[in-house]
Design a protein around this ligand. Sequence first.
Ligand code: ARG
Length: 293
Amino acid sequence: MSLSETAVDRAPSSGRIQQHRRYLMCKPAYFTVSYEINPWMHKADPTDTPKAVRQWQTLYDTYLSLGHDVEVIDPIEGLPDMVYTANGGFIIDGKALGVRFSVGERRGEEQPFMDWFGSHGFEVVEPIATQEGEGDILLAGDTILAGYGFRSSIESHREIADVFDREVVSLHLVNPNFYHLDTAIAVLDPVVGPGGVEAANIAYLPNAFDDRGRGILEERFPDAIRVADEDGAVFGLNSASDGRNVFISPRATGYDAQLRERGYNPVHIDLSELLLGGGGIKCCTLELRGGRS
Ligand code: ARG
């Protein structure tokens, strides 16, 4: 698809192009913190499920109000993390690779997500190696960026390359607070580079990566937004983008300014309650690329 085919709106002053998105979300009807599988989760801290639902609803409504399509998967009692649909799979061109969680607490989500993809027109591929979907696998232009170190295994990267027949760039996550790639990198929009190769603008948190990963990111994305540690610490990078509107935490003030400087329109969504589970905006948003609509 060319950019002009997907463009639905152009910000007159900035030239940033909004693209239509189709997302999968899951209402946090059963959200709570009943186990601890990342450093943000503390069973002792109380959670407020109705508040989580209200905050989630704001994100859902905001996507719709900007013209995006949002599908929902039914929440399942006893699977409190199902709200983080980014971990439900990874989808390109109607092909959905299911997930194999590294944490037993979430393995009950694997089949329901694959069933949903199957019944909504996606070709489902059962995973072999451990990986946690779009939480650790991001499409940046034509290239797949894949994280490993905490949750997804590096062995999964070959499988991902084979399933989607694309280059996969492996990035080692080294800071336990940023245990999924989508807490450390945000893909902002596609750009067509020299020779028509599709690349992307990204934002990232340098300190979440080792030297090798930082080197790769600097070389491949010289124009990337490098986000400060303070913005990373409030889950600022866990943001979704339609190419023009970037959905971010209101606490990520430095990132907000960096986005504005480059002509993006930051849209603030407060998911403080869902941060108690170690997730934010992007975690609650799985992109559905292709398939029946
Ligand atoms: N409690 C969830 C877990 O640890 C949070 C998942 C966050 N998801 C994400 N895509 N980063 O699995």
